[in-house]
Design a protein around this ligand. Structure first.
Ligand code: KIV
Ligand code: NA
Length: 265
């Protein structure tokens, strides 16, 4: 059984860990058999399950419903649930939404943002709720960014992201998640902070790697992002695809250099 202390120990030992998104009991059981270390009930379900073109329409009850299904079937992984768009804009909202996720079976909640989350992180931790803070390309802010674009692409932006990481770690964040940032920046974050750093499109030097399950099973009918690899290709079944992902992450065979963004900072 993987819990927060185990992920922290993996970081201390330099052993990378696997994380996949998951939304239902059948895939959650397959991930248990494949010994995937961590599961995220991501608000990506707005796209891959509900058919929306962003994560913005997803509600607290949507995530809670899928978290309950996953938590019933998987007794191995560390389970994180996303707090969806505008469910943590105020402290009372955040407390309410995070309570729902923990009672649905999550072991931690994930929020998108930076230094402004400090008080929320502190209060949630005081109440027994670990947080994973998602930085870099945060899809709930797609309309501020003007698209799904590489973040932290110069020294100033990288330093700003590092300062946000410092603020949320100081507030008590249990994990960091970096999406679509230069590999060098992710490496700096991984080295500087004592909490496990999970990456997606953030290079091989993160403590953990996450992918959207549908993407890594080749169920993506748009042009896949640079960091996506189809782990089902050449295999007969889904459990083997999950196992290959898990072992490829452990061996640092995934992500390869071609899956990352390389900018000298
Ligand atoms: O919602 C999601 O799937 C995520 C991952 C891409 C990290 O937040
Ligand atoms: Na998400």
């Amino acid at each position: 059984m993987i819990r927060l202390s185990q992920l922290a120990q993996y970081k201390a030992e330099g052993k990378p860990f696997s994380c996949l998104t998951c939304y239902d009991a059948s895939f959650a059981k397959a991930m248990e058999i494949a010994e995937i270390d961590s599961i995220l009930i991501g608000d990506s379900l707005g796209m891959v399950i509900q058919g929306h073109d962003s994560t913005l329409p997803v509600t607290v009850e949507d995530i809670a419903y899928h978290t309950r299904a996953v938590a019933r079937a998987n007794h191995h992984a560390f389970i994180m649930a996303d707090l969806p768009f505008m469910s943590y804009a105020t402290l009372p909202d955040a407390i309410r939404a995070a309570t729902t996720m923990m009672q649905a079976g999550a072991h931690a909640v994930k929020l998108e943002g930076g230094a402004w989350l400090a008080e929320t992180i502190r209060v949630l931790k005081q109440n027994g709720i670990p947080t994973c803070v998602h930085l870099g390309l945060t899809p709930q802010s797609v309309n501020v960014f003007g698209g799904y674009k590489l973040q932290g692409r110069n020294r100033d932006a990288a330093d700003h992201l590092l300062a946000d990481c410092q603020a949320v770690v100081d507030a008590g964040a249990a994990l960091l998640l970096l999406e679509v940032v230069p590999a060098q920046l992710a490496k700096e974050v991984q080295a500087r902070f004592n909490v496990p750093v999970i990456g997606i499109g953030a290079g091989v030097d993160c403590d953990g790697q996450v992918l959207v399950m549908h993407d890594m099973l080749g169920l993506n009918f748009e042009k896949p992002a640079r960091f996506v690899h189809d782990f089902l290709q050449g295999k007969g079944n889904i459990v083997d695809a999950f196992r290959d992902f898990h072992h490829s992450v452990q061996k640092r065979a995934y992500p390869e250099a071609k899956h990352a963004f390389h900018i000298a900072l």
